[in-house]
Design a protein around this ligand. Structure first.
Ligand SMILES: NC(=O)c1ccc[n+]([C@@H]2O[C@H](COP(=O)([O-])OP(=O)(O)OC[C@H]3O[C@@H](n4cnc5c(N)ncnc54)[C@H](O)[C@@H]3O)[C@@H](O)[C@H]2O)c1
Ligand SMILES: [Fe+2]
Length: 385
């Protein structure tokens, strides 16, 4: 590591009731054509009522798109671009999980860089500043409200690809716990583990640095101290608030460091088998951290007091093993599937998965341990027994 930097969203509001800040945000931007984006699941829960009424309090009648796709394909973007372009939107408000926030992020730059919509991966296509955007996360997992990435599926390649531009970092973020309290238990668990992956992976990444470490340790403390509580008692507002902050901090870590092998091995599982992002990461996390053990003993020892506040201080040399044991136990407690076979993956798919994981060099090169093809294959084999 030599120099390092960090990037934050323009303004972040947090705390129970912070959703009301939307009124002032709309006024401050002088916005007339506000577009609110969400998906059918969130719309069906009535979660849009609050945001819409706060926008209306600013004297603006918002335009609503309520059918954003889950884990979107790159080819879905054009339809939403056309709808927004016709509205001449001057402020975008994403109310949703990573899927809605990513769609809104790419639209925020596509609307001002029109060629982007023809090919999201075109190099140098994002030049002009984005349409201002507010992110209101309803899951505590992806940290997409903080990051410069938006992730899209290329179905013909069975591949998920991250489009990266600092211009996609939201201008405003609202972390209001009331938006996450109704998240079902299974999604609470898997999205929460995604946030834990971001914190742990960015901590051990070759890009790690003091900014990342400070945020990652606090994220680990908040997530590990509350994830089982929110899984069992989704209405616990204090625990939900802790998860929301932990997930946001872990997202910030990604703007200064990176994910590593957990996310790399996860991409083929999302790309071809459509296993939700949080679920595939959760299945992989203990196994990959176990595999990384010999290169991460120091990092795991630093993480242990935040993850396991009751760890025996006299047994410090065993902390790395305790960290990995905790991860295996946590996935059991959260009822995370132990086998990929449940998702229609078969033992004969192992070479396909390995070949595609090996291609995710962008992340594997930042893993602290240089993983061989056989080591990667071994992880998938363990998960297909
Ligand atoms: N941009 C990034 O930095 C980044 C990082 C990690 C993952 N991702 C991407 O984010 C996507 C996954 O996002 P996610 O895990 O947040 O899930 P999601 O946005 O796909 O949502 C999953 C489901 O949960 C429902 N839901 C969301 N919030 C709810 C609530 N409060 N109450 C009831 N239902 C609710 C949605 O309707 C949806 O059906 C993937 O496409 C992944 O690749 C992006
Ligand atoms: Fe992730």
């Amino acid at each position: 590591m030599s120099t390092y930097g960090i990037k934050f969203p323009g303004k972040v509001f947090s705390g129970d009731g912070s959703l009301s800040e939307l009124t002032g945000i709309v006024k401050d931007h002088g916005a007339r054509n506000v577009c609110v984006l969400t998906d059918q699941g969130i719309f069906g829960c009535g979660l849009l009522n609050g945001p819409l009424s706060y926008i209306k309090e600013a004297g603006v009648e918002p335009f609503v798109i309520n059918d954003c796709p889950r884990e979107p394909s790159a080819y879905a973007v054009k339809d939403y671009y056309d709808r927004l372009k016709a509205q001449q939107a001057d402020l975008l408000v994403a109310v949703g999980g990573g899927s809605v926030i990513d769609m809104t992020k790419i639209l925020s730059v596509a609307l001002t860089n029109d060629d982007l919509v023809k090919d999201l991966r075109a190099p140098g296509a994002i030049v002009n500043p984005s349409v201002p955007m507010v992110a209101v996360p309803t899951t505590s997992g992806t940290g997409a409200e903080a990051t410069a990435n938006a992730i899209f599926l290329y179905p013909e390649e069975d591949l998920k690809v991250g489009i990266v531009s600092e211009k996609m970092i939201p201008d405003c973020v609202i972390l209001d716990v009331s938006l996450t309290c109704g998240l079902p238990a299974g999604l609470t668990a898997s999205t929460g583990v995604d946030a834990l992956c971001h914190a742990m992976e960015s901590y051990i990444s070759t890009l790690t640095n003091p900014f990342c470490k400070m945020l990652a340790l606090e994220a680990i403390r908040l997530i590990c101290g509350n994830i089982v509580t929110v899984y069992r008692d989704g209405g616990n507002r204090a625990a939900r608030e802790a998860m929301q902050l932990g997930s946001f901090y872990a997202g910030l870590c990604l703007t200064t460091s990176s994910t590593v092998a957990v996310h790399a091995l996860s991409y083929p599982l999302g790309g071809k088998y459509h296993i939700p992002h949080g679920v595939s990461n959760a299945i992989l996390l203990p196994h990959v951290m176990d595999l990384n053990m010999d290169c991460c003993r120091e990092a795991y020892t630093e993480i242990a007091p935040y993850m396991l506040p009751d760890a025996d201080a006299t047994d410090k040399e065993k902390w790395p093993e305790a960290v990995v044991d905790y991860l295996y136990t946590l996935m059991n407690v959260l009822d995370i599937p132990q086998s990929l076979q449940e998702f229609g993956v078969h033992p004969e798919d192992v070479d396909y998965l390995t070949d595609n994981a090996v291609k995710v060099e962008r992340l594997l090169l930042k893993n602290p341990k240089k993983l061989t093809r056989d080591e990667i294959k071994g992880v998938y084999q363990k998960l297909l027994k």
